[in-house]
Unconditional design. Structure first.
Length: 355
């Protein structure tokens, strides 16, 4: 990303004796131990909650700074950041607002943030998280104690006793090996691998890509389970699982870049049930076109049976209220087709044999 793509605003004047900030790249300041990078996009209320938690860290205010990277700048987000910055400037906490003019997703926004950071260590989280008070201290301690180049913290995803399918799916973040909702990376290690790959334009697999890039570069990666971030599940509209299938295209990009690590850490098993559904539908269409009624009925029955199995799996550990059950039935019919389409889209676009 070029310097012109990012407009940076200071929350407070540079104090006496501090080197002037040169805008790009970040001019390191001796007293700032860690920079928190928070990408955001048109979610000022959630961002305010996150900033409130970041401002309540048990580090000295002058030991860290916060850079908010606004991916698709809007006045409400800027105003929110500036209000928070003004409130905490008297404590010596620097909160900076980076307007990322080219809206390219969280990977590009994070690149804009770390490249203007003024600390040798970086902490990454999302605008919808609630970092706990000892988060930064624990992350820094883990980097120092283990001499690692990167550290993965613990993500807690609160769930009701009977979550929705979307909530259960989102809770998988708590088991991620390395996720930028809670990660610490030394700046020189991040620079060595070129930062985030900006081809990941959605919040999906860009953190796995960074993780794999660090591993391939020989970086030591540790865990810090006492560095805790709470990640509440945001409300989602009805049928959201259909839209989420678009993320499947980035699986192909990750697989193309790191095939061995993908197989080892994620697994390259194709969604056989989805392909079986597609095969049944194609057989149904062929049977109808050729007038083979018995074959058409058999194909239809197989399609309905497979869809029923898929729907039942999704409902097994989720809530059973009528609205949610109807959503599961409807989306279970369409998810296989959406998923296969986006997997093929990714395979073609990124020239990867990933089906």
């Amino acid at each position: 990303m070029k310097p012109a793509d990012v407009e940076l605003r200071e929350s407070r004047p540079i104090g006496a004796g501090e080197p002037a900030f040169d805008g790009y790249p970040g001019a390191l300041l001796a007293h700032v131990q860690i920079t928190v990078v928070v990408p955001t996009r048109q979610r000022p209320k959630l961002l305010e909650r996150c900033l409130g938690a970041l401002c309540a860290q048990d580090l000295e205010p002058t030991d860290y700074e916060i850079v908010v990277c606004d991916d698709g700048p809007d006045d409400a987000t800027r105003a929110s950041v500036e209000r928070t910055a003004a409130l905490h400037a008297r404590r010596g906490l620097a909160i900076r607002y980076a307007a990322v003019r080219e809206t390219q997703g969280p990977a590009a926004a994070r690149n804009a943030g770390w490249r203007v950071a003024r600390a040798p260590c970086l902490a990454f989280t999302d605008d919808d998280t609630v970092p706990q008070p000892g988060w930064l201290r624990a992350g820094l301690a883990a980097l120092s104690r283990t001499h690692a180049q990167a550290v993965a913290g613990r993500i807690v995803v609160p769930l009701d006793a009977s979550p929705s399918d979307y909530e259960r799916d989102a809770s998988g973040l708590a088991h991620a090996e390395f996720a930028t909702a809670n990660a610490f990376v030394r700046r020189d290690a991040l620079a060595a691998v070129g930062g985030f790959d900006e081809r990941f334009t959605s919040a999906w697999r860009e953190d796995s890509d960074l993780h794999f890039a660090l591993i391939r570069a020989g970086a030591q990666i540790a865990r810090a389970d006492d560095a805790v971030v709470v990640h509440p599940v945001r409300p989602a509209r009805w049928g959201v699982s259909l839209v989420q299938q678009r993320k499947s295209r980035f699986e192909a990009l990750l697989f193309r870049k790191h095939p061995a690590l993908y197989r080892e850490r994620i697994g390259a098993r194709p969604p056989l049930l989805y392909y079986a559904v597609l095969a049944c539908v194609l057989a149904l269409l062929v049977s109808l076109a050729t007038g083979a009624r018995s074959a058409a009925l058999a194909s239809l029955a197989a399609w309905l049976a497979l869809t029923g199995v898929f729907c039942a799996r999704r409902l097994r550990t989720t809530r059973r209220d009528p609205k949610h059950v109807l959503e599961m039935i409807w989306t279970s019919f369409w998810i296989p087709f959406f998923s296969i389409y986006w997997r093929l889209h990714g395979a073609v676009r990124y020239r990867a044999w990933f089906l």
